[in-house]
Design a protein around this ligand. Structure first.
Ligand code: ADP
Length: 652
């Protein structure tokens, strides 16, 4: 026999302590969800065992009567939930209970700390509280578990005070038993729905949250009956006879197998919240059955809110896969394209074999076919939202729009499908967002391109000197605030045969300012000022690639643009934030020939082309142009000094 491991007291990991503190000091208003969480864990544990036993019969230890048992005990104030699932080994208990392995939970806690609001229900709803929720209602939680094939079980116990004890113990039956000792508040709960030892309350909670769980959730009911006399009549004055009746509390019908009209919205919502640990109702529900080349049922949900770690690389995604209602795998990523990874849900298809591996699955024809159909129906749902329920779509867009934009940018094959679902801010749609279709419908016939401007927010875009002219001409400009926007626009290249045109790049393609006469005029100014332009260029050598006479400026003296080749200035900024400093935009300094500063520059160049003043002017104009673009100069101190000395000189 192996040496038995003695009882030890261990500290919870720091994050777990925080989480427990939150639980105990009660962030959740509806504490009843602890039961749902524990039952869901029990059901997952049975799922796992059942699945593994397909290839290893021994794991069953002769017991394939899968069930979850609930035992309320008023005398000890305890509620016990036991399952005959996969159980846990000593190491697994240490690893799973007492540490927070999930990175999502860690970043959740960090977020919470940032906000310093320990009661932020919205935040907490974004992750599954799981096992720890038991501490919301209890003084002590005891977990006894044994994994199949293990000789000994493990006993884990904690009062949620920062430490737990763990020791080996005997456990005959495989699986996990969790015993919750209710705390003072819940021992004599005044509200009957919070009296978690009442069978009636438990029954209701199971119906509400766990009805579809595929394993029977059983409970003992004590029946009291008067004894009968020899004629079969009740003997009223004799003491009642107690007998125990075991009842199954859940209907065990997986929700998705019922037909749509048998399911209420609440049922869908409970199911979603339970399965995907969400606090909020889903925004959209897609439930459909398909028969034909492949047969499957799918139940998909578009969440109302993006998980806080949605855009981080380790956020989980994917669809649950079932075959004839038996769980095969979680997070099956191959069913939906990356850009739809916010969709939660499941697919149940009899065409999958139960022990299909992820590798085989990837190449499965059925999977591809189902995936295509899922994509289509999600896109259709989004299209419908966009056209019929615009405010809802905008809410969706706020949460997940970025995923679609990234999709249009990274996934060549999806561009066409996504282009009509994209929304942008625009100079002509101030309080709402616009689709590209709306933009083109508003375009005057002679407008050749779709204009866009990039910036960090509306105010900064509207202040761009390049905007002035377009505003004056009442030309609509899309505002791109999100870093990915410009990459998306760049990838799309055109919409309905209209190219996208940055107001800070290349020529503006405006009939009047790009007309032959206007061009001639600009060329004439350029010719007259050739040596000035050349001198400015020399002063700024290494910083810019060219100096031009501008035809897009109204009241500003200068602006910085980039040419049509290479990347734009804003892309350069984004890339450099990502440490990709080898990509540079070709910077062109445009001078406004109608601005007074231009005259000053001309005069200075004529009288003192080699003076410090001329040099300073060139430098100052360049830094101004940078600042307008939201780019800090390399040497802000020198800039400040130059401005100061200029002020001193002119103030005299
Ligand atoms: P989650 O269920 O979201 O993973 P929990 O904190 O509820 O998070 O549980 C952590 C882990 O503990 C589970 O992933 C599982 O591995 C293990 N666990 C919890 N309950 C059980 C159980 N009844 N049987 C076996 N393992 C369990």
């Amino acid at each position: 026999m192996t040496q038995r491991i003695n009882k030890e007291t261990r500290e919870f990991q720091a994050e777990t302590k925080q989480l427990l503190d939150l639980m105990i000091h009660s962030i959740y208003t509806n504490k009843e969800i602890f039961l749902r969480e524990l039952i869901s864990n029990a059901s997952d544990a049975i799922d796992k065992l059942r699945f593994q036993s397909l290839t290893n019969d021994d794991l069953l230890e002769g017991d394939n009567n899968f069930e979850i048992f609930i035992i309320p005990d008023e005398a000890t104030h305890t509620l016990t939930i036991s399952d005959n699932g996969i159980g846990m080994t000593y190491e697994e208990v240490v690893e799973n209970i007492g540490t927070i392995a999930k990175s999502g939970t860690k970043s959740f806690l960090e977020k919470l700390k940032e906000k310093e609001t320990a009661t932020d229900n919205e935040l907490i709803g974004q992750f599954g509280v799981g096992f720890y929720s038991a501490f919301m209602i209890s003084d002590k939680v005891t977990l006894i578990t044994r994994a199949p094939g293990q000789e000994k079980g493990v006993k884990w116990e904690s009062a949620g005070d920062g430490t737990y004890t763990i020791e080996e113990c005997d456990k005959e039956k495989r699986g996990t038993t969790i015993t919750i000792t209710l705390n003072e508040d819940f021992r004599n709960a005044s509200r009957p729905e919070e009296n978690f030892l009442q069978r009636y309350t438990i029954e209701n909670l199971i119906k509400k949250y766990s009805d579809y769980i595929r394993y029977p959730i059983k409970m003992n009911f004590i029946k009291e009956e008067q004894p009968l006399d020899s004629e079969g009549k009740k003997i009223e004055d004799a003491p009642a006879i107690q007998s125990v009746e075991i009842r199954t509390l859940n209907s065990m019908t997986p929700l998705w197998t019922k037909s749509k009209n048998e399911i209420t919205t609440e049922e869908y919502q409970h199911f979603y919240k339970d399965l995907f640990h969400d606090w909020e109702e889903p925004m959209e529900i897609i439930h459909s059955k398909a028969e034909g080349t492949v047969e499957y049922t799918t139940l998909l949900f578009i969440p109302s809110r993006a998980p806080f770690d949605f855009y981080s690389p380790n956020s989980t995604s994917g669809i649950r896969l079932y075959s004839k209602q038996i769980f095969i795998m979680d997070n099956c990523k191959d069913l939906l394209p990356e850009y739809l990874r916010f969709v939660r849900g499941l697919v149940d298809s009899p065409d999958f074999s139960l022990n299909i591996s992820r590798e085989i699955l990837q190449h499965s024809k059925q999977l591809k076919l189902i995936g295509k159909n899922l994509e289509k129906s999600v896109l259709k749902t989004l299209e419908n939202l966009l056209t019929k329920e615009r405010p809802k779509y905008e809410k969706f867009w706020k949460e997940f729009g970025r995923a679609l934009k990234i999709g249009a940018y990274t996934d060549y094959s999806s561009r066409d499908k996504l282009k009509d679902l994209l929304l942008f801010s625009s100079s002509h749609a101030t309080d709402t967002l616009t689709t590209l279709d709306d933009y083109t419908k508003r375009m005057p016939e002679n407008q050749k391109v779709i204009y866009y401007a990039t910036g960090k927010d509306q105010a900064s875009v509207e202040r761009l000197p390049q905007m002035e002219l377009l505003r004056e001409k009442n030309i609509e400009v899309l505002y791109l605030f999100d870093q990915v926007d410009e990459f998306t626009i760049d990838a799309l290249n055109e919409y309905k045969d209209k190219k996208f045109q940055s107001i800070s790049r290349g020529e503006l393609n405006l009939d009047d300012i790009d007309s032959p006469e206007a061009k001639k005029n600009t060329e004439a100014i350029l010719k007259e000022n050739e040596s000035l332009i050349q001198a400015v260029k020399e002063q700024l050598e290494g910083k810019i690639s060219d100096v031009k006479i501008s035809n897009r400026l109204k009241s500003s003296a200068v602006c910085l643009v980039s040419d049509d080749n290479g990347i734009s200035l804003s892309m350069e900024q984004i890339l450099s934030e990502m440490n990709q400093t080898m990509y540079k935009a070709n910077r062109i300094l445009e001078l406004n020939p109608n601005h007074d500063v231009f005259n000053t520059l001309q005069a200075l160049h004529e009288t003192a082309p080699n003076s410090d003043s001329f040099k300073d002017y060139c430098e100052l104009l360049y830094v101004q142009a940078l600042l307008i673009e939201g780019i800090l100069p390399e040497d802000p101190i020198s800039f400040a000094n130059k401005v100061a000395s200029l002020m001193a000189r002119t103030g005299k």
